[in-house]
Design a binder for this molecule. Structure first.
Ligand code: GRF
Length: 212
């Protein structure tokens, strides 16, 4: 039984998609806890209502990033997870933290990495005038929004799009690819070879959506 801890900072819709898929498909996994760095994260309500243990560690209570990350790792490790899933967790993590979870720390970023790391990815995509945009699930390394990519989803950028419309189109795909990546991890199908993720048996690591 794979034990999973999910970290959120807000709405938690990706966490919700993972929890719902886990329940629907009876994953051989347990969501051991949902942890938020913000006491008011609305995603916590969903987790509570699904009987998932929740914990809050408010970063504002700590003097610096190192101290916060240290406590956060202690809290996470108290659940002995095999996998830690960042789902809209809006904190830059220290090198020590990232190294501690090497190979078992996943993130989702709302762009086709390596394009548009950082914040405001939908605005960045519109400003760049790209014809497609999307999202990436990747293992976390010390470089921000970088690391071996597990799966990507692309969506078209359409005339008349604004950042909100584009974000919605991307989010719908996030809710498909994140549960899929986590399931691959649970089923031991993911291998990292020279920085590249291989899925065994092979399955497409790119989902191309034509959704409007
Ligand atoms: C998602 O777009 C995710 O890719 C990004 O932050 C957003 C979080 O949304 N990292 P939610 O909290 O999962 O609804």
């Amino acid at each position: 039984m794979t034990s999973i801890v999910i970290l959120i900072s807000g709405r938690g819709s990706n966490m919700e998609a993972i929890v719902k898929t886990a329940q629907k498909d009876a994953w051989p996994a347990k969501i051991a806890a949902v942890i938020s760095n913000r006491p008011d994260a609305s995603g916590l309500d969903f987790a509570r209502s699904h009987g998932i243990p929740v914990a809050v560690l408010d970063h504002k209570d700590f003097k610096d990033r190192t101290e916060f990350d240290h406590k956060l790792a202690e809290l996470i490790d108290s659940y002995s997870p095999d996998l830690v899933v960042l789902a809209g967790f809006m904190r830059i993590l220290t090198g020590d933290f990232v190294r501690h979870y090497e190979g078992r720390l996943l993130n989702i970023h709302p762009s086709l990495l390596p394009l548009f790391p950082g914040l405001h990815t939908h605005e960045q995509a519109l400003a760049a005038g790209v014809a497609e945009h999307g999202a990436t699930v990747h293992f976390v390394t010390e470089a921000l929004d970088h690391g071996p990519m597990v799966i990507q989803a692309s969506v078209p950028v359409l005339p008349g799009d604004d950042a909100d419309l584009l974000a919605k189109r991307v989010l719908k795909q996030e809710h498909i690819i994140y549960p899929r990546a986590v399931r691959w991890f649970i089923d031991n199908r993911i291998f990292i070879d020279q920085g590249r993720v291989l899925v065994n048996p092979p399955e497409s690591q790119l989902l191309v959506s034509q959704d409007k």
